[in-house]
Write a protein that binds this ligand. Sequence first.
Ligand code: THU
Length: 140
Amino acid sequence: MDYNKQSLIEAAFQVQKNAYAPYSGFYVGAALLSEDGTIFTGANVENSSFPVGVCAERSAFAAAISHGHRKFIAMCITGKRQNNPLIGSDYCMPCGMCRQFMTEFCDQSFEIISARTPEDYQVYRLDTLMPGAFLMTGFF
Ligand code: THU
């Protein structure tokens, strides 16, 4: 599937600026491309009660699904620890919970772009990041 990676990367960097991460200081942005070309974005939103916080990836998926979208092509993730160039300066990868969340809505060919800069990024397929994923096949 051909799509504009650069606009997805740009959207992730933009929304990363809105991350609410006063506890970890780790700012994450995610931009999700729907099958119809719409881009939905999300940032991580932390909470005083730490487990209540939500990752950027699931924020973006929740926004898209809330607007009636169900099929997706790719997601770009950007993440950086503020004020510390040594921590979190590498490619930001989705956590296990987010990988499971993606599995619910995405084909194995869904692409995850992890971008350090608009020019420096890696692309993964979901089936390489989440092999043998759990699904309630045949449930419906
Ligand atoms: N976080 C994300 O938003 N996405 C990831 O892929 C990794 C982790 C957030 C959760 C928390 O707010 C902060 O980064 C540190 O774990």
